[in-house]
Design a protein around this ligand. Structure first.
Ligand SMILES: Cc1cc2nc3c(=O)[nH]c(=O)nc-3n(C[C@H](O)[C@H](O)[C@H](O)COP(=O)(O)OP(=O)(O)OC[C@H]3O[C@@H](n4cnc5c(N)ncnc54)[C@H](O)[C@@H]3O)c2cc1C
Length: 287
């Protein structure tokens, strides 16, 4: 495993924005990961962990320290009965497709969520009525000192788009699914994918929903009520199709997107009294 310098993070962020990583390690095994962590510890470097980069906004000024790309931790998918173990780098939608194919039910509502198992577990990703917390049995982790440990579902601290009990890097997770009819599950998956394509602006780079759902309301509804659909700063625009999506219409900088997120938050708060909480994670910004 080589530690690289000067890697453009725009190629690792679904917004297609972001500067360079000071140091960058694309790890493929636990051994690579432990080596990368030692490199960072020896130099007292800050560590940033990346999966597919579908829920992050990376600063144009780049990221100091070591960026660890975990998408290569994908060699491991083991299906035994109704239990499915997947490495952190396995693509969550591919896993949903594979489990549907063999008649395992539980992941089909995750169909179409971009990104990898590690990011999905860390974010407690979810859609429709399923979240990772509903199907995870345990999560294998490596702490920042390079020690492996296992966390049960109950200790993972799963909450709305967070898993506060998971400290360090997700290596993989065991999911407990149920036996079902492959045909029904595949039909449901197809239905979910069609709903996503109908409701979401998938033709331009975004991070999906920018804000979490506020209690008793929808972020998109509040944003729309404030007349912000279509509002833009530079190349960043509030999507017409779904107001909780902010799109890179072609030449947006991370700063354009950052400023638009703040503008939406401030406007919605001023006009409705609700302070929207971000779902997207900022990397390399001073907050
Ligand atoms: C079009 C679109 C639609 C979306 N729809 C949904 C949806 O329906 N539901 C939903 O929940 N999300 C949705 N998202 C957001 C995103 O797909 C999920 O949050 C996904 O789980 C992110 O996975 P990732 O691998 O890309 O993680 P990243 O974006 O790379 O990282 C997200 C967070 O997880 C951390 N992380 C990543 N990998 C690891 C690891 N191995 N160990 C420890 N920490 C790690 C990162 O540090 C970061 O804090 C959508 C995004 C897009 C672009």
């Amino acid at each position: 495993m080589t530690i690289e310098t000067g890697i453009e993070l725009r190629n690792h962020c679904s917004y297609r924005t972001g500067g360079k990583a000071e140091f960058y390690a694309a790890v493929k095994t636990d051994i690579d990961l432990a080596e990368a962590l030692r490199f960072a510890a020896d130099r007292k470097l800050e560590i940033t962990v990346l999966g597919g980069g579908y829920n992050v906004l990376i600063s144009d000024r780049g990221v100091k320290g070591l960026v660890i790309d975990t998408t290569g931790l994908n060699s491991h998918t083991v299906i035994s009965g109704t239990e499915v173990y997947a490495g952190a780098g396995v693509i969550i939608d591919e896993l949903a497709g594979k489990t549907a194919e063999i008649g395992l039910c539980g992941m089909e509502e995750m169909s179409g969520i971009p990104g990898c198992v590690g990011g999905a577990v860390k974010m407690n990703a979810g859609a429709f009525s399923t979240e990772i917390k509903d199907i995870a049995v345990h999560v294998d982790m490596m702490d920042f000192d390079g020690r492996r440990y296992r966390v049960s579902n109950a200790d993972a601290g799963f909450g709305y788009r967070k898993a506060e009990g998971l400290k360090g890097i997700v290596l993989g997770a065991m999911f407990g699914l149920k036996q079902g009819s492959a045909e029904d599950i595949k039909n449901k998956r197809a239905d979910i994918l069609a709903k996503r394509a109908e409701k979401q602006p998938l033709h331009l780079p975004s991070c999906g929903s920018v804000f979490k759902r506020p209690e008793g309301n929808y972020a998109g509804t509040l944003i729309e009520k404030c007349g912000l659909k279509g509002f833009s700063i530079g190349g960043a625009q509030v999507a017409e199709k779904h107001a909780n999506f902010i799109l890179n219409t072609g030449n947006a900088t991370a700063d354009d997107i950052y400023r638009l997120i703040k503008h939406v938050q401030d406007t919605v708060e001023k006009e409705t009294g609700v302070r929207l909480e971000r779902e997207v994670r900022f990397i390399g910004f001073e907050e």
